[in-house]
Write a protein that binds this ligand. Structure first.
Ligand SMILES: *Cc1c(COP(=O)(O)O)cnc(C)c1O
Length: 457
Protein backbone atom coordinates (compact mmCIF):
# COMPACT_ATOMS: atom_id res chain seq x y z
CA UNK A 1 0.00 0.00 0.00
CA UNK A 2 1.28 3.45 -0.85
CA UNK A 3 1.80 5.49 2.29
CA UNK A 4 -0.31 8.65 2.63
CA UNK A 5 1.35 12.06 2.76
CA UNK A 6 1.97 13.63 6.17
CA UNK A 7 3.35 16.92 7.43
CA UNK A 8 7.12 17.27 7.63
CA UNK A 9 6.92 18.49 11.25
CA UNK A 10 5.44 17.65 14.61
CA UNK A 11 3.70 20.05 17.01
CA UNK A 12 5.44 21.30 20.16
CA UNK A 13 3.23 24.17 21.32
CA UNK A 14 -0.50 24.75 20.94
CA UNK A 15 -2.92 27.67 21.35
CA UNK A 16 -6.62 27.04 22.05
CA UNK A 17 -9.24 28.36 19.63
CA UNK A 18 -12.92 28.74 20.43
CA UNK A 19 -16.08 27.96 18.51
CA UNK A 20 -19.00 30.41 18.79
CA UNK A 21 -22.73 30.44 18.10
CA UNK A 22 -24.37 31.90 15.04
CA UNK A 23 -26.13 34.49 17.25
CA UNK A 24 -22.81 35.69 18.65
CA UNK A 25 -21.30 35.91 15.19
CA UNK A 26 -24.23 37.94 13.85
CA UNK A 27 -23.77 40.50 16.62
CA UNK A 28 -20.00 40.65 16.31
CA UNK A 29 -20.05 41.07 12.56
CA UNK A 30 -22.65 43.83 12.67
CA UNK A 31 -20.53 45.67 15.24
CA UNK A 32 -17.56 45.20 12.88
CA UNK A 33 -19.54 46.86 10.04
CA UNK A 34 -19.33 43.62 8.05
CA UNK A 35 -15.61 44.15 7.63
CA UNK A 36 -13.53 41.08 8.49
CA UNK A 37 -10.53 43.25 9.46
CA UNK A 38 -12.58 44.82 12.25
CA UNK A 39 -13.45 41.55 14.00
CA UNK A 40 -11.50 40.57 17.09
CA UNK A 41 -9.32 37.51 16.44
CA UNK A 42 -10.95 35.75 19.39
CA UNK A 43 -14.28 36.01 17.55
CA UNK A 44 -12.82 33.77 14.85
CA UNK A 45 -12.60 29.95 14.99
CA UNK A 46 -10.46 29.30 11.90
CA UNK A 47 -8.62 32.35 10.64
CA UNK A 48 -7.91 32.29 6.90
CA UNK A 49 -7.87 36.08 6.54
CA UNK A 50 -4.25 35.95 5.47
CA UNK A 51 -1.14 33.79 5.46
CA UNK A 52 0.87 36.91 6.24
CA UNK A 53 2.70 36.82 9.56
CA UNK A 54 0.35 34.12 10.83
CA UNK A 55 2.59 31.07 10.40
CA UNK A 56 4.11 29.01 13.20
CA UNK A 57 7.81 29.53 13.75
CA UNK A 58 10.04 26.49 14.20
CA UNK A 59 12.05 25.54 17.27
CA UNK A 60 15.16 26.72 15.37
CA UNK A 61 13.57 30.12 14.81
CA UNK A 62 12.54 30.48 18.45
CA UNK A 63 16.04 29.48 19.50
CA UNK A 64 17.50 32.06 17.12
CA UNK A 65 15.35 34.76 18.79
CA UNK A 66 17.46 34.33 21.92
CA UNK A 67 20.65 35.03 19.98
CA UNK A 68 19.47 38.36 18.54
CA UNK A 69 21.98 41.20 18.81
CA UNK A 70 20.07 44.32 19.83
CA UNK A 71 22.85 46.82 19.11
CA UNK A 72 21.55 49.96 17.42
CA UNK A 73 24.25 49.99 14.76
CA UNK A 74 26.20 47.14 13.21
CA UNK A 75 24.35 44.33 14.97
CA UNK A 76 25.62 40.80 14.33
CA UNK A 77 22.02 39.74 13.52
CA UNK A 78 22.01 42.23 10.65
CA UNK A 79 25.18 40.82 9.10
CA UNK A 80 23.96 37.24 9.53
CA UNK A 81 20.68 38.11 7.82
CA UNK A 82 22.46 40.01 5.05
CA UNK A 83 24.66 36.95 4.38
CA UNK A 84 21.62 34.65 4.25
CA UNK A 85 19.79 36.98 1.86
CA UNK A 86 22.84 37.15 -0.37
CA UNK A 87 23.26 33.36 -0.33
CA UNK A 88 19.62 32.80 -1.30
CA UNK A 89 19.09 35.66 -3.77
CA UNK A 90 22.55 36.62 -4.98
CA UNK A 91 21.87 40.28 -4.15
CA UNK A 92 24.79 41.83 -2.27
CA UNK A 93 23.05 45.06 -1.19
CA UNK A 94 20.46 44.74 1.55
CA UNK A 95 18.16 47.09 3.51
CA UNK A 96 15.95 45.65 6.26
CA UNK A 97 12.43 47.08 6.70
CA UNK A 98 9.65 46.22 9.12
CA UNK A 99 7.46 44.58 6.45
CA UNK A 100 6.91 44.35 2.70
CA UNK A 101 5.00 47.57 2.17
CA UNK A 102 7.70 49.42 4.08
CA UNK A 103 10.22 48.07 1.58
CA UNK A 104 7.95 49.39 -1.17
CA UNK A 105 7.64 52.75 0.55
CA UNK A 106 11.40 53.16 0.94
CA UNK A 107 12.31 51.98 -2.58
CA UNK A 108 9.43 53.67 -4.41
CA UNK A 109 10.15 56.96 -2.63
CA UNK A 110 13.48 56.81 -4.42
CA UNK A 111 12.28 55.51 -7.80
CA UNK A 112 8.65 56.50 -8.53
CA UNK A 113 7.56 59.96 -9.69
CA UNK A 114 4.14 61.43 -10.58
CA UNK A 115 3.21 60.49 -14.13
CA UNK A 116 5.33 57.31 -14.14
CA UNK A 117 3.96 54.03 -15.46
CA UNK A 118 4.93 50.74 -13.83
CA UNK A 119 3.98 47.69 -15.88
CA UNK A 120 3.96 44.17 -14.48
CA UNK A 121 1.77 41.20 -13.68
CA UNK A 122 -1.09 42.02 -11.26
CA UNK A 123 0.29 44.45 -8.71
CA UNK A 124 -0.41 43.59 -5.09
CA UNK A 125 -2.75 46.03 -3.30
CA UNK A 126 -0.08 47.78 -1.21
CA UNK A 127 2.19 47.92 -4.25
CA UNK A 128 -0.59 49.51 -6.28
CA UNK A 129 -1.31 51.84 -3.34
CA UNK A 130 2.32 52.98 -3.17
CA UNK A 131 2.35 53.58 -6.93
CA UNK A 132 -1.00 55.38 -7.19
CA UNK A 133 -0.52 57.52 -4.09
CA UNK A 134 2.57 58.93 -5.85
CA UNK A 135 0.49 59.89 -8.87
CA UNK A 136 1.87 57.05 -10.99
CA UNK A 137 0.04 54.23 -12.78
CA UNK A 138 0.23 50.49 -12.11
CA UNK A 139 -0.28 48.88 -15.52
CA UNK A 140 -1.49 45.28 -15.29
CA UNK A 141 0.08 43.16 -18.04
CA UNK A 142 -0.94 39.73 -16.71
CA UNK A 143 -1.92 37.13 -19.32
CA UNK A 144 -5.66 37.21 -20.11
CA UNK A 145 -5.98 33.51 -19.26
CA UNK A 146 -5.51 34.39 -15.57
CA UNK A 147 -8.99 35.88 -15.58
CA UNK A 148 -10.63 32.62 -16.61
CA UNK A 149 -10.88 30.80 -13.29
CA UNK A 150 -11.75 27.43 -14.93
CA UNK A 151 -8.67 27.25 -17.14
CA UNK A 152 -5.91 24.92 -15.89
CA UNK A 153 -2.55 26.44 -16.80
CA UNK A 154 0.72 25.67 -15.01
CA UNK A 155 1.87 29.32 -14.94
CA UNK A 156 -1.22 31.45 -14.78
CA UNK A 157 0.67 34.30 -13.09
CA UNK A 158 2.77 35.06 -16.17
CA UNK A 159 3.37 38.45 -17.74
CA UNK A 160 1.83 38.84 -21.21
CA UNK A 161 4.87 39.68 -23.32
CA UNK A 162 2.86 41.50 -25.98
CA UNK A 163 1.14 43.73 -23.45
CA UNK A 164 4.49 44.44 -21.82
CA UNK A 165 6.17 45.26 -25.12
CA UNK A 166 3.34 47.60 -26.04
CA UNK A 167 3.65 49.33 -22.67
CA UNK A 168 7.41 49.71 -23.09
CA UNK A 169 7.01 51.14 -26.57
CA UNK A 170 4.22 53.51 -25.58
CA UNK A 171 5.50 54.80 -22.22
CA UNK A 172 9.24 54.25 -22.68
CA UNK A 173 10.46 57.37 -20.88
CA UNK A 174 7.92 57.15 -18.09
CA UNK A 175 8.80 53.63 -16.94
CA UNK A 176 11.27 53.54 -14.00
CA UNK A 177 11.17 49.71 -13.78
CA UNK A 178 9.11 46.62 -14.56
CA UNK A 179 7.68 44.67 -11.63
CA UNK A 180 7.09 40.92 -11.48
CA UNK A 181 5.13 39.62 -8.51
CA UNK A 182 6.10 36.06 -7.57
CA UNK A 183 3.79 34.32 -7.01
CA UNK A 184 1.07 36.45 -8.59
CA UNK A 185 -0.98 37.00 -5.44
CA UNK A 186 -3.84 38.97 -6.96
CA UNK A 187 -4.38 36.42 -9.75
CA UNK A 188 -4.78 33.65 -7.17
CA UNK A 189 -1.31 32.77 -5.91
CA UNK A 190 -0.45 31.66 -9.43
CA UNK A 191 3.20 31.12 -10.30
CA UNK A 192 5.34 32.76 -12.97
CA UNK A 193 7.52 30.45 -15.07
CA UNK A 194 11.28 30.74 -15.32
CA UNK A 195 10.85 31.07 -19.07
CA UNK A 196 8.57 34.09 -18.55
CA UNK A 197 11.02 35.77 -16.15
CA UNK A 198 13.79 35.22 -18.67
CA UNK A 199 11.65 36.71 -21.46
CA UNK A 200 10.82 39.78 -19.37
CA UNK A 201 14.52 40.24 -18.64
CA UNK A 202 15.42 40.07 -22.34
CA UNK A 203 12.73 42.57 -23.28
CA UNK A 204 13.71 44.86 -20.39
CA UNK A 205 17.31 44.79 -21.60
CA UNK A 206 16.21 45.85 -25.08
CA UNK A 207 14.46 48.88 -23.58
CA UNK A 208 17.17 49.35 -20.93
CA UNK A 209 14.74 49.06 -18.06
CA UNK A 210 15.43 47.45 -14.69
CA UNK A 211 13.28 44.60 -13.32
CA UNK A 212 12.04 44.45 -9.73
CA UNK A 213 10.64 41.30 -8.14
CA UNK A 214 7.87 41.64 -5.55
CA UNK A 215 9.03 38.45 -3.90
CA UNK A 216 6.75 37.66 -0.94
CA UNK A 217 6.17 34.09 -2.15
CA UNK A 218 9.27 33.48 -4.24
CA UNK A 219 9.86 30.10 -2.58
CA UNK A 220 6.38 28.85 -3.46
CA UNK A 221 7.01 30.10 -6.98
CA UNK A 222 10.26 28.11 -7.06
CA UNK A 223 8.38 25.01 -5.87
CA UNK A 224 5.95 25.30 -8.78
CA UNK A 225 8.84 25.75 -11.23
CA UNK A 226 10.41 22.58 -9.85
CA UNK A 227 7.16 20.62 -10.15
CA UNK A 228 5.78 22.05 -13.40
CA UNK A 229 8.52 23.42 -15.64
CA UNK A 230 10.75 21.24 -17.81
CA UNK A 231 14.32 20.95 -16.66
CA UNK A 232 13.91 21.83 -12.98
CA UNK A 233 12.79 18.57 -11.38
CA UNK A 234 16.27 17.74 -10.14
CA UNK A 235 17.21 21.23 -8.96
CA UNK A 236 16.83 22.29 -5.33
CA UNK A 237 14.49 25.14 -4.37
CA UNK A 238 17.54 27.22 -3.46
CA UNK A 239 19.13 26.63 -6.87
CA UNK A 240 15.90 27.62 -8.60
CA UNK A 241 15.53 30.73 -6.44
CA UNK A 242 19.08 31.83 -7.31
CA UNK A 243 18.33 31.45 -11.01
CA UNK A 244 15.04 33.40 -10.68
CA UNK A 245 16.69 36.33 -8.92
CA UNK A 246 19.38 36.28 -11.59
CA UNK A 247 16.79 37.84 -13.91
CA UNK A 248 16.04 40.74 -11.54
CA UNK A 249 17.86 43.92 -10.54
CA UNK A 250 16.38 43.84 -7.10
CA UNK A 251 13.55 42.71 -4.88
CA UNK A 252 11.15 43.88 -2.25
CA UNK A 253 10.22 41.21 0.27
CA UNK A 254 7.44 40.70 2.74
CA UNK A 255 9.17 38.21 5.03
CA UNK A 256 5.81 37.54 6.69
CA UNK A 257 5.06 35.09 3.88
CA UNK A 258 7.71 32.66 2.69
CA UNK A 259 10.25 33.57 5.37
CA UNK A 260 7.73 32.43 8.03
CA UNK A 261 8.15 35.25 10.53
CA UNK A 262 5.42 37.28 12.18
CA UNK A 263 6.91 40.60 11.09
CA UNK A 264 9.73 41.60 8.77
CA UNK A 265 10.74 42.60 5.28
CA UNK A 266 13.60 43.90 3.20
CA UNK A 267 14.95 45.35 -0.02
CA UNK A 268 17.83 43.60 -1.77
CA UNK A 269 19.49 44.64 -4.99
CA UNK A 270 22.59 44.43 -7.12
CA UNK A 271 22.26 48.09 -8.21
CA UNK A 272 24.37 50.63 -6.36
CA UNK A 273 22.15 53.54 -7.52
CA UNK A 274 18.96 51.97 -6.11
CA UNK A 275 20.73 51.12 -2.89
CA UNK A 276 22.17 54.60 -2.38
CA UNK A 277 18.85 56.30 -3.17
CA UNK A 278 16.79 53.97 -0.97
CA UNK A 279 19.13 54.36 2.01
CA UNK A 280 18.12 58.02 2.26
CA UNK A 281 14.50 57.01 2.81
CA UNK A 282 15.16 54.04 5.09
CA UNK A 283 16.62 56.18 7.86
CA UNK A 284 13.67 58.58 8.31
CA UNK A 285 10.93 56.02 7.58
CA UNK A 286 12.21 52.74 9.03
CA UNK A 287 15.27 53.34 11.13
CA UNK A 288 19.01 53.03 10.86
CA UNK A 289 20.35 50.89 8.02
CA UNK A 290 21.33 47.89 10.14
CA UNK A 291 17.89 47.33 11.65
CA UNK A 292 15.30 49.15 9.49
CA UNK A 293 12.33 48.63 11.79
CA UNK A 294 13.29 45.17 13.03
CA UNK A 295 14.60 44.07 16.40
CA UNK A 296 17.82 42.03 16.32
CA UNK A 297 15.89 38.94 17.43
CA UNK A 298 13.45 39.41 14.55
CA UNK A 299 16.31 39.55 12.06
CA UNK A 300 17.73 36.36 13.62
CA UNK A 301 14.41 34.48 13.27
CA UNK A 302 14.06 35.80 9.72
CA UNK A 303 17.45 34.45 8.65
CA UNK A 304 16.47 30.97 9.85
CA UNK A 305 12.99 31.31 8.32
CA UNK A 306 14.47 32.14 4.92
CA UNK A 307 16.56 29.00 5.07
CA UNK A 308 13.65 26.77 6.18
CA UNK A 309 11.18 28.42 3.84
CA UNK A 310 13.34 27.48 0.87
CA UNK A 311 13.52 23.79 1.83
CA UNK A 312 11.51 21.43 -0.36
CA UNK A 313 9.84 19.59 2.55
CA UNK A 314 8.48 22.83 4.06
CA UNK A 315 6.97 23.87 0.75
CA UNK A 316 5.65 20.43 -0.12
CA UNK A 317 3.79 20.18 3.21
CA UNK A 318 2.30 23.60 2.73
CA UNK A 319 1.25 23.38 -0.88
CA UNK A 320 -0.20 19.90 -0.41
CA UNK A 321 -2.49 21.30 2.29
CA UNK A 322 -3.76 23.94 -0.13
CA UNK A 323 -4.30 21.19 -2.73
CA UNK A 324 -6.17 19.15 -0.11
CA UNK A 325 -8.67 21.96 0.36
CA UNK A 326 -8.94 22.27 -3.43
CA UNK A 327 -9.79 18.57 -3.78
CA UNK A 328 -12.53 18.90 -1.14
CA UNK A 329 -14.06 21.82 -3.02
CA UNK A 330 -13.87 19.76 -6.24
CA UNK A 331 -15.85 17.06 -4.49
CA UNK A 332 -18.55 19.64 -3.71
CA UNK A 333 -18.32 21.27 -7.17
CA UNK A 334 -17.48 24.67 -5.70
CA UNK A 335 -15.77 26.85 -8.36
CA UNK A 336 -12.39 28.36 -7.53
CA UNK A 337 -9.37 29.76 -9.37
CA UNK A 338 -7.72 26.73 -10.97
CA UNK A 339 -5.28 25.20 -10.56
CA UNK A 340 -4.82 25.63 -6.77
CA UNK A 341 -2.20 28.28 -6.08
CA UNK A 342 0.56 28.41 -3.54
CA UNK A 343 -0.91 29.98 -0.46
CA UNK A 344 -4.67 30.05 -0.77
CA UNK A 345 -7.82 28.95 -2.51
CA UNK A 346 -9.68 31.72 -4.31
CA UNK A 347 -13.37 30.92 -4.56
CA UNK A 348 -15.06 32.44 -7.61
CA UNK A 349 -17.83 34.44 -5.95
CA UNK A 350 -19.41 35.60 -9.21
CA UNK A 351 -20.06 31.96 -10.06
CA UNK A 352 -21.26 30.99 -6.57
CA UNK A 353 -23.46 34.00 -5.80
CA UNK A 354 -24.64 34.66 -9.33
CA UNK A 355 -27.86 36.22 -7.99
CA UNK A 356 -26.03 39.01 -6.17
CA UNK A 357 -25.41 42.04 -8.45
CA UNK A 358 -21.78 43.16 -8.89
CA UNK A 359 -22.66 46.53 -7.36
CA UNK A 360 -23.48 44.68 -4.13
CA UNK A 361 -20.07 43.02 -3.83
CA UNK A 362 -20.68 39.25 -4.23
CA UNK A 363 -17.28 38.14 -2.85
CA UNK A 364 -17.70 40.22 0.31
CA UNK A 365 -21.20 38.77 0.66
CA UNK A 366 -19.79 35.24 0.41
CA UNK A 367 -17.11 36.11 2.96
CA UNK A 368 -19.84 37.27 5.35
CA UNK A 369 -21.90 34.10 4.80
CA UNK A 370 -18.91 31.84 5.51
CA UNK A 371 -18.15 33.66 8.75
CA UNK A 372 -21.76 33.46 9.91
CA UNK A 373 -21.86 29.78 8.99
CA UNK A 374 -18.89 28.59 11.05
CA UNK A 375 -16.73 31.43 12.36
CA UNK A 376 -14.29 31.07 9.48
CA UNK A 377 -12.65 34.32 8.44
CA UNK A 378 -11.77 34.60 4.76
CA UNK A 379 -10.84 37.71 2.83
CA UNK A 380 -12.44 39.48 -0.09
CA UNK A 381 -10.05 39.84 -3.02
CA UNK A 382 -12.39 41.54 -5.37
CA UNK A 383 -14.30 44.72 -6.01
CA UNK A 384 -13.76 46.24 -2.57
CA UNK A 385 -10.05 45.56 -2.76
CA UNK A 386 -9.93 46.92 -6.33
CA UNK A 387 -10.65 50.43 -4.99
CA UNK A 388 -11.98 53.17 -7.25
CA UNK A 389 -10.31 54.33 -10.44
CA UNK A 390 -8.01 57.17 -9.32
CA UNK A 391 -9.18 59.37 -12.21
CA UNK A 392 -12.89 58.65 -12.65
CA UNK A 393 -13.51 57.61 -8.99
CA UNK A 394 -15.78 54.83 -10.31
CA UNK A 395 -15.74 51.38 -8.69
CA UNK A 396 -13.64 48.96 -10.71
CA UNK A 397 -15.95 46.07 -11.54
CA UNK A 398 -13.84 44.79 -14.44
CA UNK A 399 -11.78 42.06 -12.78
CA UNK A 400 -12.31 38.95 -10.70
CA UNK A 401 -14.34 38.94 -7.50
CA UNK A 402 -12.91 36.29 -5.21
CA UNK A 403 -13.16 34.98 -1.67
CA UNK A 404 -9.63 34.11 -0.59
CA UNK A 405 -9.06 31.34 1.92
CA UNK A 406 -5.41 31.87 2.82
CA UNK A 407 -3.73 29.05 4.69
CA UNK A 408 -1.28 30.10 7.42
CA UNK A 409 1.97 28.12 7.35
CA UNK A 410 2.29 25.17 9.77
CA UNK A 411 -0.76 26.39 11.74
CA UNK A 412 -3.91 24.35 11.06
CA UNK A 413 -4.45 20.61 10.62
CA UNK A 414 -6.40 18.99 7.82
CA UNK A 415 -9.29 18.56 10.30
CA UNK A 416 -9.61 22.34 10.29
CA UNK A 417 -9.50 22.25 6.50
CA UNK A 418 -12.36 19.72 6.53
CA UNK A 419 -14.46 22.14 8.61
CA UNK A 420 -13.72 24.96 6.17
CA UNK A 421 -14.78 22.85 3.19
CA UNK A 422 -17.98 21.65 4.89
CA UNK A 423 -18.99 25.17 5.94
CA UNK A 424 -18.43 26.46 2.45
CA UNK A 425 -20.50 23.59 1.07
CA UNK A 426 -23.38 24.55 3.35
CA UNK A 427 -23.30 28.11 2.02
CA UNK A 428 -22.94 26.79 -1.53
CA UNK A 429 -25.99 24.56 -1.12
CA UNK A 430 -28.18 27.56 -0.30
CA UNK A 431 -26.58 29.93 -2.83
CA UNK A 432 -29.81 30.39 -4.81
CA UNK A 433 -31.47 31.97 -1.77
CA UNK A 434 -28.75 34.63 -1.42
CA UNK A 435 -29.82 37.49 -3.68
CA UNK A 436 -28.72 40.70 -1.98
CA UNK A 437 -25.27 41.85 -0.90
CA UNK A 438 -23.82 44.88 0.90
CA UNK A 439 -23.50 48.60 0.35
CA UNK A 440 -20.66 50.91 1.37
CA UNK A 441 -21.40 53.31 4.22
CA UNK A 442 -17.89 54.74 4.65
CA UNK A 443 -14.61 54.28 2.78
CA UNK A 444 -11.06 55.60 2.55
CA UNK A 445 -9.53 56.94 -0.67
CA UNK A 446 -6.85 54.21 -0.96
CA UNK A 447 -6.79 50.60 0.26
CA UNK A 448 -10.33 51.03 1.48
CA UNK A 449 -10.91 47.34 2.21
CA UNK A 450 -9.03 47.53 5.53
CA UNK A 451 -11.37 50.10 7.03
CA UNK A 452 -14.49 50.14 4.85
CA UNK A 453 -17.81 50.14 6.71
CA UNK A 454 -20.67 48.19 5.14
CA UNK A 455 -24.30 47.38 5.75
CA UNK A 456 -26.44 44.51 4.54
CA UNK A 457 -29.01 45.36 1.86
C1 LIG B 1 2.08 40.81 1.49
C2 LIG B 1 2.57 41.33 0.24
C3 LIG B 1 3.10 42.61 0.15
C4 LIG B 1 3.13 43.58 1.32
O1 LIG B 1 3.83 43.07 2.39
P1 LIG B 1 3.44 43.39 3.92
O2 LIG B 1 4.48 42.64 4.68
O3 LIG B 1 2.06 42.90 4.16
O4 LIG B 1 3.56 44.84 4.12
C5 LIG B 1 3.56 43.04 -1.08
N1 LIG B 1 3.50 42.25 -2.15
C6 LIG B 1 2.99 41.01 -2.10
C7 LIG B 1 2.94 40.16 -3.33
C8 LIG B 1 2.49 40.51 -0.91
O5 LIG B 1 1.97 39.29 -0.87
Amino acid sequence: MELPFAEAYKIKMVEPVRRSTRDEREQWLKAAHYNMFQLKAEQVFIDLLTDSGTGAMSHRQWAAMMTGDESYAGARSFFELKDTVQAITGFERFIPTHQGRAAENVLFSALVRAGDVIPGNSHFDTTKGHIESRGATALDCTIDEARDTCLELPFKGNVDMQKLEQALAQYAEKIPFIIITITNNTAGGQPVSMENMKAVRCLANRYQKPVLFDSARFAENAYFIKMREDGYRHKTIKEIAREMFGYADGMTMSAKKDAIVNMGGFIATRRADWFEAAKNFCIPYEGYLTYGGMAGRDMAALAVGLDEGTEFETLETRIKQVEYLGRKLDEYHIPYQRPTGGHAIFVDALKVLSNVPKEEFPAQTLTIELYLEAGIRGCEIGYLLADRDPVTRENRFGGLDLLRLAIPRRTYTNNHIDVVAAALKNVFDRRETITRGVRIVKEAAYMRHFTVELELI
